[in-house]
Design a protein around this ligand. Structure first.
Ligand SMILES: *Cc1c(COP(=O)(O)O)cnc(C)c1O
Length: 395
């Protein structure tokens, strides 16, 4: 494990916290029962543990335990929320409103519905990544059934005004879904105060295990109907069938309870590291901050650098630090990020962008080393580019 690059990609995933590991451990081999086995003790044991985790998650967002539907992660939660509402409310209307900077799990589910005959409005964002609430109001129509706006962006960390958006949707009588994959455990969330009807979560961005998530589905005022997307044994109130992975659910519950307990101190510490990093690298020639600095996740920094090739930059950074350009999910395609594009960044700037995701286990020393290496790498690429230009000129 020695000499591995500094991990600064906490929006892609996070390591499982030791306390979470310890909580999960007994549920792999000792308490292995199926929580749906109601006829014997093996089932009761795991059912009790699942119940406790469900209560923790509900409490974390101001919901009740029956409103928590376990899924395999936020991708599935987003699909269930969007397709499930579209199918259940088809006779009421076929119009959905979302935002251009959403995660692909939202955008692609919407595109799929688009092909089936639904109509989707993809709202633009302002230069700082925030949604214009007037535009949202204008976009909601008589036949709108759902508004889907993420709580925290996975690339630029921008926090949308969820409470205001919830109020607008509530006023218009339209269901409101939010993708809170990056927000859960990092910022306060309250489905009552914020008028949220559906909320997607995942464990692995908050020091829990991969492969477990949940969807909050409001049961009162209004009661949300969802068409299940996975049919089977009628688990999770019929909305999502499949044997519950008790070890993962226990880990999810523990991860969220630790995150809530430490939210205030951790976000201050992580934000201080983020601010320190920005303070050091902001003097780089031609550097731009992407997204609002004030409405932002504490651990996120996203910058674009002029006159630098994006690939060369990532290659130069790689030996020392693990960061990403754009989102991990789309970077395989090597296309400029759709999020930076929506902010109005030119394709070139979008390509030479770095996303830093600072988290629970990063130290000040790591931040200082990362800053130093970033400055050196950018400067050497920029001077090489200038050298090439000069060669070109003298020819
Ligand atoms: C990571 C992420 C997802 C996908 O979550 P998985 O649990 O990995 O499926 C969805 N939305 C956002 C905003 C994310 O950051």
């Amino acid at each position: 494990m020695t000499n591995r690059p500094i991990y600064l990609d906490c929006h892609a995933t996070t390591p499982v916290d030791q306390r979470v590991m310890e909580a999960m451990q007994p549920f792999f081999s000792e308490y292995f029962g199926n929580p749906a086995s109601v006829q014997h003790m093996y089932g009761w044991e795991t059912e009790a543990a699942v119940k406790q985790a469900r209560e923790t998650l509900a409490e974390a967002i101001g919901a009740t335990p029956v409103e928590i539907i376990f899924t395999s992660g936020a991708t599935e939660s987003n699909n269930l929320a969007i397709k499930g509402v579209a199918e259940a409310y088809f006779s009421k209307g076929q119009h959905i409103v979302t935002v251009q900077t959403e995660h692909n799990a939202v955008l692609d589910a919407c595109k799929y519905l688009d092909k089936l005959g639904f109509e989707v409005t993809y709202l633009p964002v302002q230069a700082d990544g925030l949604l214009d609430l007037e535009q949202l109001k204008q976009a909601i129509r008589e036949d709108t059934i759902l508004v889907s706006v993420m709580a925290a962006n996975n690339e630029i960390g921008v926090l949308q005004p969820i409470e205001e958006i919830g109020a607008i949707c509530h006023e218009a009588g339209v269901l409101f879904h939010t993708d809170a994959a990056q927000a859960i455990g990092k910022i306060p969330l309250d489905v009552q105060k914020m008028n949220i009807d559906l909320l997607s979560m995942t464990a692995h961005k908050a020091y829990g295990p991969k492969g477990i998530g949940a969807l909050y589905v409001r049961r009162r005022h209004p009661r949300v109907n969802l068409a299940p997307q996975i049919h089977g044994g009628d688990h999770e109130r019929g909305m999502r069938s499949g044997t519950l992975p008790a070890p993962l659910i226990v880990g999810f519950g523990k991860a969220v309870s630790v995150a809530l307990e430490e939210m205030e101190t951790e976000s201050q510490r992580v934000k201080a590291l983020r601010d320190r990093l920005w303070e050091k690298i902001r003097h780089i020639d031609g550097i731009h901050l992407n997204g609002s600095l004030t409405h932002r996740l504490p651990g996120n920094l996203n910058v674009s650098v002029e006159s630098v090739d994006g690939n060369a930059l990532l290659l130069g950074l790689q030996p020392v630090m693990a960061v990403s350009s754009g989102s991990a999910c789309t970077s395989a395609k090597r296309e400029p990020s759709h999020v930076l594009h929506a902010l109005g960044r030119s394709a070139d700037l979008g390509f030479a962008s770095i996303r830093f995701g600072i988290g629970r286990f990063n130290t000040q020393e790591e931040i200082d080393r990362a800053a130093e290496h970033t400055i050196e790498t950018v400067q050497s690429l920029q001077s090489a580019a200038r050298g090439n230009q000069n060669v070109g000129v003298s020819k």
